[in-house]
Write a protein that binds this ligand. Structure first.
Ligand code: ATP
Ligand code: MG
Length: 394
């Protein structure tokens, strides 16, 4: 029965000069998200609102699911659009709408009219009262409750007249494309996809890097990361995933540095490489899934040691989250089942029995000097031989 949606977005975000940037990004993200759906749609803004019209047959549930992934949307309102053929006709149409949309007609309700077109003969108060009466006459068991109605019938008088009564919650946040670009260090774990999602929610476009260590990590482990990127891309839009062959660097560190410092030194190289690609691709920061105290490499001392090698800011949106909270988000965004697939991870293979939890920066720097002979070449080769996969949401 619905052919159109009214899209609500947070008013606060669109104040002032940024309004057009915000709205245009939202229109383009909605257009992009609906490409995944059956049917064709027109997405347009008019009068401070965004509308989606189906131009062909479409699957209602599928379209709503896609819209629920578009950051910036706070409400999705399936609506009917009517030609203005006088108030009496409007009353009939609204009654017909309620008849089709609801099986029972015994709710408390109110009418909320908005007269955006000022030449309409009734003002919004009159529309509320008069339409309320029409509804009461048609459905005598319904009752008006202006304070806590079970049903609100929204009527917007514009060039056409829009009627809706459901607001499906959207994901909130800011439209992707309004917040610059960030480089996500994406592993196959639970945390980093959630970190990417969380930052994308603030309007940030993502680029991603995965450190692969063949033959110690398998093709399946890599595919798992590609699959996770696809799931994040459903929200964040297309992601360029840079796959770095990290094996030679890891083996070299393994050969030259104390084993209890392997993880920290390896993570410092991951950050350096991620930063090189970030700068090359115009990213304004790095994003990781780290959370204080989760593992030895995430104590404050260890985080300080990994942070030291970066010039760009490092965003760690999960820094204060517990694992259960992170898992709840990963279930919501459907990355959890993929994340827990038991494929090997490049960090776990070279991990020491007793990694340092309070690395001493001076010591770490000194041990990194053991790498001076070959590390620059290995670093360059890792960057030059990287594979780049353009991942889109499905
Ligand atoms: P995750 O669940 O995200 O893998 P984790 O709890 O396993 O995190 P670590 O392995 O210490 O924690 O990694 C910390 C962060 O470093 C990750 O959240 C991710 O951002 C980054 N990272 C770790 N391994 C890789 C990798 N192989 N490729 C890209 N980034 C990685
Ligand atoms: Mg991990």
């Amino acid at each position: 029965m619905y052919r159109s949606f009214l899209i609500k977005y947070a008013e606060i975000a669109v104040k002032g000069r940024n309004r057009y940037v915000f709205e245009d990004a939202l229109v383009s993200q909605i257009t992009h998200a609906l490409k995944r759906c059956e049917g064709q749609f027109s997405v347009h803004k008019a009068g401070g609102r965004i509308y989606v019209d189906a131009l062909t047959d479409f699957d209602f549930d599928e379209a709503v699911e896609s819209l629920k992934c578009v950051f910036g949307i706070v409400g999705i309102c399936p609506m009917i659009a009517l030609k203005d053929e006088g108030f009496e006709k409007l009353g009939e149409e609204v009654v017909a709408y309620l008849d089709r949309a609801y099986t029972e007609h015994n709710q408390t309700f109110k009418v909320m009219a908005r007269r955006a077109r000022k030449n309409y003969p009734k003002d919004s108060m009159e529309i509320n009262a008069d339409l309320g009466e029409v509804i009461l006459n048609a459905f005598p068991e319904m009752k008006v409750d202006v304070h806590h109605p079970e049903l609100t019938v929204y009527v917007e008088i514009r060039e056409q007249i829009y009627v809706y009564s459901t607001i499906i919650p959207g994901p909130g946040g800011m439209p992707v494309g309004t917040g610059g670009k960030g480089m996500l260090l994406l592993s196959g774990g639970i945390d980093s996809p959630v970190a990417g999602y969380t930052i994308a929610k603030r309007g940030v476009t993502l680029e991603a890097v995965y450190f692969h260590a063949p033959p110690y990590t398998s093709e399946r482990a890599k595919q798992k990361v590609v699959d996770l990127a696809k799931k994040v891309a459903k929200y964040a839009g297309p992601i360029n995933l840079h796959i770095i062959n990290f094996t030679d660097i890891q083996l070299y560190i393994y050969e030259k540095c104390p084993h209890e410092e392997l993880t920290i030194i390896m993570r410092r190289y991951m950050m350096r490489i991620a930063e090189s690609i970030a700068k090359e691709t115009g990213c304004l920061g790095l994003i990781t899934g780290e959370s204080i105290g989760q593992v030895a490499s995430q104590t404050m001392q260890s985080l300080m040691a990994t942070n030291e090698v970066c010039e760009l800011p490092v965003y760690r949106p999960l820094i204060g989250s517990d694992k259960v909270e992170i898992i709840a988000v990963s279930e919501k965004i459907d990355t959890y089942e993929t994340s827990i697939l038991p494929y090997e991870d490049c960090c776990t293979i070279f991990v020491a029995k007793h990694p340092v939890t309070k690395p001493n920066l001076k010591v770490i720097r000194r041990h990194e000097e053991n790498l001076s002979e070959k590390i620059d070449t290995l670093y360059r080769t890792a960057l030059d031989t990287r594979e780049i996969i353009k991942v889109t949401g499905e």
